[in-house]
Design a protein around this ligand. Structure first.
Ligand code: PAF
Length: 290
């Protein structure tokens, strides 16, 4: 594996790869890697000649300064994991290298960004689009791999590729979970041991909701999920500090991301949730239909 920090070096490595007609798989990450990221690298490894993984904490996609400051950074460990997983090129640029000038580009994605994460994290998806587009242009991948935990991000990147008129193949990959069901996330490492212990209740609640969706209507089910998590500490006599604070739970069409009112409205539907626990914002999703 070679580790590259500058665009000039990356350019020559990519040009060399292209000259030799080798296919490129890109896995964009913000580091603090876990098995979820490695599943993307493994998939990219199987489907491409050369695997490029970027590790870059993208400041312009954080709408909260504290979240950016607290975002875990574990570069040395990340590089060891990437090497062991068979990565060819790790691209780890500085902020100055990626953004030599202030970023003024703003992306709009219409209705798909006007729900769930969009209104709650103003500028987030535009910031994601700026960095992903830059990474696409720099690494010229045939395929790029994204985790389904960030379900809305996948829809946004699909739309970005459409706007770019690009034929890069976007490959969505399933969520990887800990044995107790918690979706793996770099943010999990910020949970206290007590909070980490109860965090699997998020997925357990979602799984129960999937079962209940056989007989419950959409609105009642949404309320049930929100209430179950919001009252979890009370029901289990836990201290206030171990309180789940759901930010949203939406049941949406899996293509348009628009909330549905009844199950027949969409051939595919998913439930997406954001919950605060112990000062950490966790997201997760499950599929209901399709
Ligand atoms: O999903 C992430 O980790 C980030 O949003 C991404 C795609 C690497 C862009 O910074």
């Amino acid at each position: 594996m070679i580790t590259i920090t500058t665009i000039a070096e990356l350019d020559s490595a990519i040009n060399e790869t292209k000259k030799n007609n080798k296919s490129i798989g890109l896995v964009p990450t913000m580091g603090a890697l876990h098995e979820g990221h490695l599943s993307l690298v493994n998939r990219a490894r199987k489907e491409n000649d050369v695997v490029v993984v970027s590790v870059f904490v993208n400041p312009i996609q954080f709408n909260n300064k504290e979240d950016l400051e607290k975002y875990p950074r574990t570069l040395e460990k990340d590089l060891a994991m990437l090497e062991a997983a068979g990565t060819d090129i790790a691209f780890t640029p500085s902020v100055e290298e990626m953004y030599p000038e202030p970023v003024t580009t703003v992306y709009h994605f219409g209705a798909i960004e006007q729900v769930m994460e969009g209104p709650r994290r103003p500028g987030h998806f535009s910031g994601v689009a700026v960095v992903v587009r830059r990474l696409f242009e720099l690494t010229k991948p045939d395929r790029s791999y994204f985790g389904e935990k960030d379900f809305q991000q996948i829809a946004v990147i699909r739309e970005l590729l459409r706007q770019m008129n690009s034929n890069i193949e976007m490959v969505p990959c399933p969520i990887v979970r800990a044995n107790d069901g918690l979706a793996l996330s770099s943010r999990n490492m910020r949970l206290s041991p007590e909070a980490r212990n109860i965090a699997p209740a998020i997925y357990a609640t979602l799984m129960q909701a999937v079962e209940m969706s056989q007989y419950e209507d959409v609105d009642d089910l949404k309320l049930w999920v929100l209430d179950t998590l919001a009252s979890f500490h009370e029901v289990n006599s836990l201290p206030e500090g171990l309180r789940f604070e759901p930010e949203y739970f939406e049941i949406v069409d899996d293509t348009t991301l628009q909330p549905i009112d009844n199950w027949d409205e969409a051939s595919g539907s998913v439930g997406c949730i954001a919950v605060w626990l112990d000062g950490v914002r966790l997201i997760d999703m499950v599929r209901f239909r399709g």
